[in-house]
Design a protein around this ligand. Structure first.
Ligand code: S3P
Length: 174
């Protein structure tokens, strides 16, 4: 069953700071799949950082590029692949439709406190720069829930070691 599931890309969605990249990387390693972080891939293709893209071209332009990059990553994979997406990717209707059609989607969720703590480690998220991160994260987490809920696999990620989350994802996949 797991092998059959891995015929399609495994795409991790969920809020900023939930651990999509760390969990994705380790999960891919365990499964013997390759791993790609869509945000890093966007930065590589654009030769700009995400804050630079937001500042220069705005969020709509970023969402467009994000959709194209995710589409390309899902299409060009040979063998199994795990893809971590940026927190807003699955909220975009077109990107979400694409992911739901092509991939096995896993929603990682954690409580607000964990998101606040983890996002505070890096100042690379333009959406958190215009106000109180806790307030913004809390609002986005509620606004985005109806979209994230459309993922077929839901995993709650605690504040503890990622290994517990990875085990839950593996259970979800099999
Ligand atoms: C965003 C999340 C970020 C990045 C961009 C926008 C969002 O990715 O794509 O800053 O809208 O939630 P992470 O979820 O990896 O932080």
């Amino acid at each position: 069953e797991l092998a059959r599931r891995l015929d399609r890309p495994v795409v991790l969605v969920g809020m900023m700071g939930v651990g999509k990249s760390s969990v994705g990387k380790r999960l891919a390693h365990l499964l013997g799949c390759s791993f790609v972080d869509a945000d890093e891939e966007i930065e590589r293709s654009a030769q700009m950082t995400i804050p630079e893209i937001f500042e220069t071209y705005g969020e709509d332009y970023f969402r467009d590029g994000e959709r194209r990059v995710i589409a390309r990553l899902m299409a060009e994979n040979e063998g199994c692949i795990v893809i971590a997406t940026g927190g807003g990717a699955f909220v975009n209707a077109e990107t979400r439709a694409l992911i739901l059609a092509e991939a096995v989607t896993v929603w990682l969720d954690s409580d607000l406190e964990t998101l606040v703590e983890r996002t505070a480690r890096k100042d690379n998220r333009p959406l958190l720069r215009d106000g109180d991160p806790r307030e913004i994260l809390g609002r986005l987490r509620e606004d985005r829930r109806p979209f994230y809920e459309q993922a077929p696999i839901h995993v709650t990620s605690g504040n503890g070691p990622h290994v517990q989350t990875i085990n839950k994802v593996l259970q979800g996949l099999s």
